[in-house]
Design a protein around this ligand. Structure first.
Ligand SMILES: Cc1ncc(COP(=O)(O)O)c(C=O)c1O
Length: 399
């Protein structure tokens, strides 16, 4: 690792990375260790490496220099001791849940979460005897009331998908009174918020999003205290949710520009959010940097460097209005069920990320049929506003 990183600005940490000390060939860019296994000199060496007395690698499912380089960099940026990179964001969540829970344990989770996170928790509840309670992130008393002697973990998103709700992490940590908190910080990234600084235990990300930032990687990461990360890494290996070395390498390369990208998308998203508000076809714009967002003041306190590049808006006219908009945007701002690409994309939570909830459950979370999620990219804001403005004005279905 690079020395004395604690005093460095995140831009410096991200730009340099910490890989060089672990590689002996002095390439100016890290090589890709595209190997299934690593040759071992002797049984003595095998024991030393597996026992943690000697640095080394045995089998890529258990560890690989590219995994380690990326995980160390993200841990540094998040202010964590160490991390483990996985095959996807969901792989990271799976490894955490397998490391921290057993049948009969209780988990508390925010009511509004990425749809598949909720789906995985419901699956564990119905098939593996894990008990799950959901709470409103604005109600620490409700959270306190959910806790039982069997509560082992609390799960929240620092900025929620898709409505950009901002979790009051200090209040949640206070209510938990020592119960571990796992924060999905995919939307915030360590450039905008470091959950561990606010008392969170573990932070996980879909690396497929901002950390990589180029729409060409599927990976996840979890960072936190080394004793816990060791158990999570063991589960990642056991369940086979380990990352691919090449994707870890790509993610390391993407990470080099994370601070610049985040600064740019924060500025553009605020500009576009204000612009969208002016259209009668748009019933509501959800962006925590807007003064009518319910968490505007909380965002100003917890996200002083900006609120990120994601926003959501409700179209009058529901699903057919969304379809009309997406058709007209198809050649400029494509409908793509991902986010945090270098290019701006739109998505439809009711039909993609939150499809697995019933319509009533979605509505209770504020996800209606007219909700569009917009992921701001690196284009010029003037071009984006012109393209969005033209497409909204041409929409066929307006009530
Ligand atoms: C907020 C959030 N968390 C987690 C995930 C899951 O990550 P992955 O798709 O890399 O498994 C996603 C995916 O969209 C997400 O948006």
């Amino acid at each position: 690792m690079t020395e004395n990183t604690t005093d460095m600005n995140p831009s410096t940490v991200a730009a340099r990375g910490g890989w060089s000390a672990d590689f002996t060939t002095r390439t100016s860019s890290p090589p890709v260790y595209m190997t299934t296994a690593f040759d071992i000199e002797s049984l003595e060496q095998l024991d030393a490496v597996t026992g943690g007395h000697e640095k080394g690698y045995i089998y890529t499912r258990d560890g690989n220099p590219n995994h380690e380089a990326f995980a160390n960099d993200v841990a540094m940026l998040e202010g964590a001791e160490s991390g483990v990179v996985t095959a996807s964001g969901m792989g990271a969540l799976t490894a955490v849940l397998m490391a921290m829970l057993k049948s009969g344990d209780h988990v508390v989770a925010a009511r509004v979460l990425y749809g598949r996170t909720g789906q995985l928790l419901n699956h564990l509840a119905s098939s593996f005897g894990i008990k799950v309670s959901y709470f409103d992130i604005d109600d620490p008393d409700a959270l306190r009331a959910c806790l039982t002697s069997g509560t082992r973990l609390c799960i929240v998103e620092s900025i929620s998908n898709p409505l950009l709700e901002v979790a009051d992490l200090p209040a949640i940590v206070g209510a938990l009174a020592g119960i571990p908190l796992l924060v999905d910080s995919t939307f915030a990234t360590p450039c905008l918020l470091r959950p561990i600084d606010h008392g969170a235990t573990l932070v996980w990300h879909s690396v497929s999003k901002y950390l990589n930032g180029h729409g060409d990687v599927m990976a996840g990461i979890v960072v936190g205290p080394s004793n816990l990360v060791r158990k999570i890494r063991a589960m990642s290996s056991l369940y086979g949710v380990n990352a691919n070395p090449f994707e870890s390498w790509l993610a390391s390369r993407g990470l080099r520009t994370l601070p610049l990208r985040m600064q740019r998308v924060c500025e553009t998203a605020l500009d576009v959010a204000r612009f969208l508000r002016s259209f009668p076809q748009v019933a509501r714009v959800a962006y925590p940097g807007l003064d009518d967002h319910p968490h505007f003041e909380r965002a100003a306190r917890l996200l002083p460097h900006g609120c990120g590049g994601m926003l959501a808006f409700d179209l009058r006219g529901g699903r057919s209005a969304v379809d009309s908009l997406f058709r007209s945007l198809a050649h400029t701002i494509p409908f793509s069920p991902t986010l945090a690409d270098a290019r701006t994309t739109v998505s439809y939570p009711s039909g993609t990320s939150h499809k697995f909830m019933s319509a009533d459950e979605r509505l209770a979370c504020g996800i209606g049929d007219g909700l569009v999620r917009l992921s701001i990219g690196l284009e010029a804001p003037t071009d984006l506003k012109r393209e969005l403005g033209t497409a909204i004005s041409r929409m066929k279905h307006v009530e």
